[in-house]
Design a protein around this ligand. Structure first.
Ligand SMILES: [Zn+2]
Length: 241
């Protein structure tokens, strides 16, 4: 199974330095259509969780994920996902509802930072049959640097809040902030309610892989161009597996 990781969806990139984590709405639409034209099937996280071995016989399957929970996921990504009837999972930060990206943009004034969804906006997003939510921890902290107590809080408290606030949309899946993890982090996740945890390592999800180290490919702005996306799929040997 091939898993892609998006962040921002914007008509125009607000901050050039994050071109590598932004795609345009039109680009997202072309991305989805290109995958489907190549005979790949975009599966939902729900379907993945219902399977005993999700990666088995999944060479033609794709899972789409979005990290952080930006407002543009509601205003720009959702209309595209609904128009294409395309499932996606958004990994959100219940410790930062209606907040901003302080972890990468703390040097900017608050108004210039990227805005995160409020609870109400997230409820609107989560009402869509296309959307499921997962946890990105509470506040986008580097999990490898936390004390045992803070680690437990990030992992368990985010699960508790999300499962109580979005009972119909939330699924027990986790994405590591920045993709960083360590053995103690994985060990805490193993004893938690989470079924899978996602990294940003570029590989396909293979049968028998560690369910707490599920790899994802980053989707870039230029991947909204079908030629470039096809070249990427070929380069990583993703089309003819
Ligand atoms: Zn993140």
């Amino acid at each position: 199974m091939l898993i892609f990781n998006f962040h921002h969806v914007e008509k125009e990139i607000r901050h050039p330095e994050r071109k590598h984590i932004t795609i345009s709405p039109q680009g997202l639409s072309r991305f989805i259509r290109t995958l489907r034209l190549m005979g790949l099937r975009i599966v939902s996280m729900q379907e993945v969780l219902e399977r005993e071995n999700p990666a088995e016989n999944s060479a033609k399957e794709v899972l789409l994920t979005f990290d952080d929970g930006y407002v543009n996921n509601l205003t720009e990504a959702l209309p595209v996902l609904e128009a294409e009837q395309c499932p996606a999972t958004v990994f959100v930060l219940p410790g930062r509802f209606a907040g901003t990206n302080e972890w990468d943009q703390g040097h900017l004034p608050e108004a210039a930072r990227d805005q995160l969804l409020s609870v109400e906006q997230m409820k609107t997003l989560a009402q869509s049959p296309c959307i499921t939510l997962g946890s990105h921890g509470m506040r986008h902290r580097d999990m490898t640097t936390l004390t045992e107590a803070d680690l437990q809080h990030e992992i368990h408290e985010s699960h508790r809040i999300l499962s109580e606030t979005f009972p119909n949309a939330y699924l027990p899946v986790f994405a590591y902030p920045w993709g960083t993890y360590s053995q103690p982090v994985v060990d805490v996740l193993k004893t938690s309610p989470y079924r899978y945890a996602f990294t940003v390592e570029t590989a396909q999800w293979q049968t028998g892989a560690n369910p707490y180290l599920v790899p994802r490919y980053s989707a870039y702005y230029r991947d909204g161009n079908p030629i470039i996306l096809l070249a990427k799929l070929c380069r990583h040997n993703l089309l003819f597996a």
